[in-house]
Design a protein around this ligand. Structure first.
Ligand code: AHR
Length: 766
């Protein structure tokens, strides 16, 4: 039988500041920038698309030739007389027979260019002509079958590159529009940087952002924005002038026609039209502190690294960026910022060095960055990295480096099952306050259902309670164009004209809108103890596999560590060609598997599956998995390794040649009776109480507010409840899962509330 549950909040007992806890992460993947937030409607505007970006790309990707009536033209791309060196390719329209007009059309992103009746569109391009070319050029917005929504005439008068601009007003709605450029002249017309922007961008910025997506970002009220990636930051060549260079911020500022096209490691092209100046402006426009991430001259994906004695230019990039963000206009980079239109500093408190790094070469280089930046800018918070997983060798290496260098924060990343998040709710409880703080720079449960959002909300109360250890946190990834998916789940989904926010978004928004400035004391009594599940051991099928290699396995033994019983595997020796072989099935609670393994050829290594219940879902539960721990190990060919796996209950240890490689606990999820946190907001004096009930039953609690003289409590309740756990927002039902809001006024002494089953409730008390 339940005892009475009391949530006791003492508003006079102010705790730790919450600082900039909840923010966002803009990562350019899933076409988040070009074809996403960046409002440019033309795809491949400067004819720079290249197979380096994507094997299917070429310089005319997203362009089609137009020949009307008996018109005939040749179109091709040249580079002998370019607009500038950084923009080497341009289009040539070689008119053979003008007919009713010949030229080119752009197909835009997704289904085409999204056009809205009555809206203005700003066209611009660079053009030049040869002497035979003596007619005007028609710019039109059209339907796929040639219906005209808007048109204008441009006279190209010079044989030198000249910028031409015109505004077009669409007279219909069409999300599959085309931008068409035709002429009835003879001769040759040369075009480059062909651009079309909606006049309405977020905050009416030139070269601006899509209004609908930006508005969703601003509505969250994020405290900070991490950008521009992700793997995008450090995957690439070391040469800033190489087409596939790492993300180098200096390439991304200034006139857009001077910004070089770059390969994105996510398999597309970056125009860099959304560059560092625009990122800073966006941060300002949505009220978020900028948190740029710089590469450290090391690419962990391809093991490219700048020699230590050549690191200075990379460190200078960090210095210059800090100056660009906050130097006064008498400094070189402060003046550059002013020249771009922003004499006032943007401000900068945080800088990330590296993203999700693995390998000693990064940490060797990090130390140089850290020392140099701190010597010059003591107040900048420098963020180190702890790799892509929640635990293991690289994670520990990152934390060791952070402690040795006294990094301000360490960037942790994990994408896991909801069950992992529930099992790890107390992850940060015992982290120390005097060590580097956690920057949870990427995290998400696998999915966009209400259940995912609910579990993330529960976990976030844990982050809020642990601000002694957690400084910053942001969900990832944030944006995804539905037709160019690199990674899912994502927080916000869009096509070329619509956008919807996931259930996860609404949780993030609630926590950001109602973060508060300081913790206040909240104590709960009368709760049942979290239900401990019976510790089920990890039993089931055991198999070994050759992961994209050919391998030999021998001397395979399974031993019961409680009884000493041993099961030798029948085939003392066998080979596997990129496949899997079942060894045994066990119900023992405490066992050791030992074997010898040799790689004969191939790139990867060996896998041992254990605790397997479902062969179709190997290594996954309900198609999702969590990485409990991870350590790097490179397997040599033709060398024999002694492998050992020890499983005792939920405790797992792995050894290679007698040396321990991993040790972890596969914790079972525990559902706490309630998840809760409380804070106050300085500007309003409001008290904020967050309560998440993950259980399948409602929980009624008495809410007691200490430290107030008033008899009546008034405020607003924001609640998410009543959804099926599998409910998901979509274009068809964008508001299926959203918070509801109601005002309330109650007697302080008698405030009992029923938290519905599987609900998220936020009280904002005035
Ligand atoms: O957010 C998706 C990717 O996940 C990021 O690029 C990378 O940092 C992580 O592996």
């Amino acid at each position: 039988m339940n005892s009475r549950i009391v949530l006791n909040v003492d508003i006079k007992e102010k705790g730790a500041p919450l600082g900039d806890l909840f923010g966002i992460f803009f990562e350019d993947l899933n076409h988040a920038a070009d074809g996403g937030l960046y409002a440019e409607l033309v795809q491949n505007r400067s004819f720079e698309f290249d197979p380096i970006d994507n094997a299917n790309y070429h310089s005319l990707t997203s362009w089609e030739k137009v020949e009307r009536g008996v018109g005939k033209a040749k179109i091709h791309v040249e580079e002998s007389n370019p607009l500038n060196e950084r923009n080497p390719h341009y289009l040539v329209i070689d008119v053979i027979e003008p007919g009713d007009g010949v030229g080119i059309m752009n197909l835009g992103f997704n289904t085409g260019l999204p056009l809205t009746r009555g809206e203005n569109y700003k066209f611009s391009c660079y053009a030049r002509k040869d002497t035979d070319f003596d007619e005007s050029v028609k710019i039109s917005l059209e339907s796929t079958d040639g219906g005209i929504y808007a048109d204008a005439i441009v006279s190209v008068t010079s044989d030198q590159w000249t910028k031409y601009e015109v505004t077009l007003t669409a007279d219909a709605n069409d999300y599959s529009g085309r931008l068409v450029i035709t002429t009835k002249s003879k001769g040759k017309l040369y075009l480059d940087m062909v651009s079309l922007f909606p006049e309405k961008t977020f905050k009416n910025r030139t070269n601006g952002m899509r209004e609908d997506i930006s508005k969703l970002l601003a509505d969250m009220k994020p405290k900070f924005m991490r950008f521009p990636g992700g793997c995008l930051v450090h995957d690439g060549s070391l040469d800033p002038d190489a087409r596939d260079s790492m993300y180098r911020w200096k390439n991304t500022i200034g006139d857009i026609e001077q910004r070089p096209a770059r390969r994105s490691n996510w398999g597309y092209n970056q125009t860099l039209g959304l560059g560092y100046y625009e990122y800073f402006l966006l941060c300002e426009d949505i009220g978020a502190k900028p948190l740029p991430v710089l590469p450290a001259g090391y690419d962990p994906h391809h093991q490219r690294m700048v020699p230590i004695n050549e690191l200075q230019p990379w460190i200078d990039d960090a210095f210059d960026l800090i100056e660009f963000a906050r130097g006064n206009v008498s400094t070189i980079w402060g003046a550059k910022r002013a020249e771009l239109g922003h004499p006032e500093p943007f401000g900068l408190e945080y800088i990330g060095v590296g993203n999700e790094e693995v390998g000693e070469p990064f940490f060797e280089r990090y130390a140089y960055f850290h020392k140099a930046i701190k010597e010059r800018y003591l107040d900048i918070n420098i963020i180190n990295s702890s790799g892509p997983f929640a635990a293991g060798g690289e994670y520990e290496r990152g934390w060791k480096s952070a402690k040795e260098n006294k990094s301000d924060l360490v960037d942790e990343h994990y994408y896991q099952t909801p069950e992992w998040f529930l099992a790890n709710y107390h992850r940060y409880d015992n982290f120390k306050a005097d060590e580097p703080k956690v920057f949870l720079g990427e995290y998400a449960t696998w999915g966009n259902t209400y259940y995912n959002a609910l579990v993330e909300a529960a976990f976030m109360t844990g982050l809020e309670k642990n601000v002694h250890a957690v400084g910053l946190a942001c969900y990832a990834p944030m944006l995804c164009n539905v037709d160019y998916v690199n990674w899912k789940p994502d927080m916000i989904w869009f096509n070329n004209h619509e956008v919807y926010a996931s259930a996860n978004y609404y949780v993030q928004k609630l926590f950001m809108n109602h973060q508060g400035d300081n913790q206040i004391k909240i104590q709960v009594s009368g709760l049942e103890k979290p239900q401990k599940q019976k510790i089920a051991s990890i039993t089931g099928v055991i198999s070994v596999a050759a992961n994209q290699i050919s391998a030999e396995f021998s001397e395979i033994k399974l031993k019961n560590n409680d009884t000493g019983e041993e099961i030798p595997y029948d085939d003392a020796f066998f080979s596997v060609e990129a496949g899997i072989s079942r060894i045994s099935e066990t119900d023992w609670e405490n066992y050791t598997l030992s074997l010898k393994a040799k790689k004969l050829s191939g790139k990867r290594g060996f896998i041992i599956y254990f605790g397997e219940e479902d062969q179709d879902n190997r290594a996954n539960v309900n198609s999702r998995n969590s990485c409990l721990t991870q350590s790097l190990f490179a397997v040599d060919t033709d060398r024999e390794y002694k492998l050992k796996l020890e499983v005792c209950g939920r405790h797992i240890r792995t050894f290679i040649d007698g040396e321990i490689i991993n040790e972890t606990e596969d914790k079972l999820p525990v559902i706490e009776p309630l998840y809760y946190s409380a804070s106050t907001e300085n500007s309003t004096g409001d008290v904020i109480i967050k309560v998440v009930n993950v259980q399948e039953k409602p929980v009624t609690a008495q809410l007691v507010l200490e430290g107030t003289d008033s008899d009546v409590l008034t405020g607003t309740i924001f609640e998410m409840s009543g959804y099926n756990l599998c409910d998901e927002n979509s274009f068809e039902a964008p508001k299926l899962v959203v918070p509801r809001q109601k005002d309330f006024s109650v007697n302080v002494k008698d405030f009992s509330y029923e938290f519905p089953k599987q609900s998220i409730t936020i009280f904002r008390l005035f």
